[in-house]
Design a protein around this ligand. Structure first.
Ligand code: ATR
Length: 270
């Protein structure tokens, strides 16, 4: 029997999720369908409930509905609770379960593909919006020695860090804090990856051999260009995170984690 899944968002035509999940299904010999569903804020809940009524097993949720998906979930994973956003819905006999796989996608991409262990590292997370909040807990759980969150509006970074500062080595402030030490990993979670707005973090940020990680993908962003200018050893966009979050969603639904690398290579080849 074919199991049905989908991604929901607006816009949605550009989504790579149907391609990624079809590739996972082929890789593992699973019988499933995966569609792209367009909704508006007014129709989001109706579209989801209709999908469930039609026998749907699970859904990925992308912009702008991650908060709507949070509100619709009867039960939340710890990481979805921490992210205050849901990108994966599972439709179970007990109801709608909300999870967030973005952070695991990022951590696995850094550790498994790039080969950099986060344990003991000094990490700089730039940005304090939804993208940063979505990955913060899994990053902290990976065991960095120190995680500094900096944001254009420092109070937003501090509010984010305050949630976790009693349990993890996390600090926060404005951009001026970033230039005061070296980092092994610098992650751009600001929306400057989607525009051409410059991101001025200053020089001397990167430790030798450091990694510059841009969470958006598809082009050389100002953050990546700046890292090149500074001679950073390892620079990557977030395509591996995209495939990684999909893989973790697949695992939640189907109990087996697909191999990310061949699918990532397929996407890079266009
Ligand atoms: P997202 O879901 O992509 O995180 P968001 O919640 O609107 O979107 O957050 C956008 C993030 O990018 C914020 O951290 C924002 O900084 P502020 O909180 O100070 O607004 C950051 N950002 C956007 N444009 C920026 C720019 N030109 N320079 C620096 N940071 C920027």
């Amino acid at each position: 029997m074919t199991d049905h899944y989908a991604v929901i968002g607006n816009p949605i035509a550009q989504s790579k999720s149907p391609l990624i999940h079809a590739a996972f299904a082929r890789q593992l010999g699973h019988d499933l369908s995966y569609d792209a569903l367009l909704a508006t804020p007014e129709t989001f809940e109706t579209v989801v409930r209709q999908f469930i009524a039609d026998g749907g097993c699970g859904m990925n949720v992308t912009a702008p509905f991650k908060l709507d998906a949070l509100a619709l979930s009867g039960r939340l994973s710890e990481r979805a609770q921490a992210a205050q956003a849901v990108n994966t819905l599972s439709f179970t006999p007990e109801g709608i379960v909300g999870d967030n796989t973005d952070g695991v996608g990022l951590v696995n991409d850094i550790q498994d593909r790039i080969g950099l262990r986060l344990a003991g590292c000094r990490v700089l997370l730039v940005g304090a919006g939804g993208a940063a909040r979505g990955v913060l807990l899994p990053l902290l759980q990976a065991g960095p020695a120190d995680l500094l969150i900096v944001n254009r509006s420092p109070q937003k970074a501090r509010a984010l860090a305050d949630n976790w500062a009693t349990r993890y080595p996390v600090r926060a402030g404005g951009f001026e804090l970033a230039g005061k030490q070296h980092f092994d990993v610098v992650i751009n979670a600001t929306s400057t990856g989607l525009s051409d707005a410059p991101l001025n973090l200053g020089d001397g940020l990167y430790a030798p051999g450091a990694l510059a990680y841009e969470m958006s993908y598809g082009r050389q962003t100002p953050f990546m260009q700046e890292a090149h200018r500074q001679g950073v050893a390892r620079i990557t966009d977030g395509l591996g995170m995209l495939v990684g979050q999909a893989a973790e969603s697949f695992r939640l639904w189907r109990g087996v984690l697909p191999d990310v690398l061949p699918v990532l290579q397929q996407l890079r080849q266009g």
